[in-house]
Write a protein that binds this ligand. Structure first.
Ligand code: E4P
Length: 218
C-alpha cells in the first residue's frame, strides 16, 4: 500500500519524506487555508514547492464547479509540475471534466466520494484515483472501512485501473484496516504514519537490550 500525507504543511511533508516511506501528498482548500496559503499566486507557488519535495503524485484541488471552469483550472494546475494530480469533486460537472482530463492524459483524483455508486462513476469516467472519505463516514456513525471493501470488490470485478485512495484517514487503525481492505493508497496526517512505529513491547525490549549491553561493556 502506498502512503500519501494529507497536509499542506511543508515541515510535516519533509518529516514524512525523510522517513523514506512517503509516496505522495494530498491537499485540499481547507488544508491550504490552515497553513495560511491564500491568493492565487501563493497557492500555485506552494503546490510547486510541495512537488519539488516529493517524488510522487501531489493532489491540487480545483475551486470551480462548472465544466469549463474545472477544465481551465485543472489544465493550469497540471502545467505547474509533472507530479500534479488535478483533484475534482464528485459532482456531475466534475465527472464530465474527469472524462475530459483522462482523454487528455491529465491525472485526476475524484474527491468527496461517500458511496460505491460514486466510486463506480469515477472509475467509468477514467479517474486516476478515487478518494472515499472514511473518517467523515465514521463521523456520522456509519462504516468507512466497509466502503473501501465495497469499492475494492467492484473495481476487481471489472478490472478498473482507478486506484483506491482511502482519504480522511484519521489514525493508525484506519491505516491498518485500509490495508486489510485492499486500498491501494491511504492519505492521512503525519501522526497516522508515525503512530505505526509504536508498540510498548518494542520500547521495553530495546531498553532491556541496551541495558544488558551497557552492563557487559562499561
Ligand atoms: C482527501 O484528499 C482529503 O484532503 C482529506 O483526506 C479529508 O480529510 P478530513 O475528513 O480529515 O478533513
Amino acid at each position: 500500500m502506498k502512503f500519501f500525507i494529507d497536509t499542506a504543511n511543508l515541515d510535516q511533508i519533509k518529516e514524512a519524506h525523510e522517513l523514506g516511506v512517503l509516496d505522495g501528498v494530498t491537499t485540499n482548500p481547507s488544508l491550504m487555508a490552515k497553513e495560511g496559503i491564500t491568493g492565487e499566486q501563493n497557492i500555485i507557488d506552494h503546490y510547486v514547492k510541495i512537488c519539488e519535495m516529493v517524488d510522487g503524485p501531489v493532489s491540487a484541488e480545483v475551486i470551480s464547479t462548472d465544466f469549463d471552469g474545472i477544465v481551465k483550472e485543472g489544465e493550469r494546475l497540471a502545467e505547474l509540475h509533472d507530479n500534479i494530480v488535478v483533484k475534482v469533486p464528485m459532482i456531475k460537472e466534475g465527472i464530465k471534466a474527469i472524462k475530459y482530463f483522462s482523454e487528455k492524459g491529465i491525472k485526476t483524483n475524484c474527491t468527496l466520494v461517500f458511496s460505491p455508486g460514486q466510486a463506480l462513476l469515477a472509475a467509468k469516467a477514467g479517474a486516476t484515483f478515487v478518494s472515499p472519505f472514511i473518517g467523515r463516514i465514521d463521523d456520522i456513525s456509519s462504516d468507512g472501512i466497509d466502503l473501501i471493501h465495497k469499492i475494492r470488490l467492484i473495481y476487481d470485478n471489472y478490472m478498473f485501473d482507478t486506484e483506491i485512495l482511502a482519504a480522511s484517514v484519521r489514525h493508525t487503525m484506519h491505516v491498518i484496516e485500509c490495508a486489510e481492505a485492499g486500498a491501494d493508497i491511504m492519505t492521512g496526517p503525519l501522526s497516522s504514519i508515525t503512530g505505526l512505529l509504536k508498540h510498548p513491547l518494542t520500547d521495553i525490549g530495546l531498553e532491556k537490550f541496551l541495558a544488558d549491553y551497557r552492563k557487559g561493556n562499561s
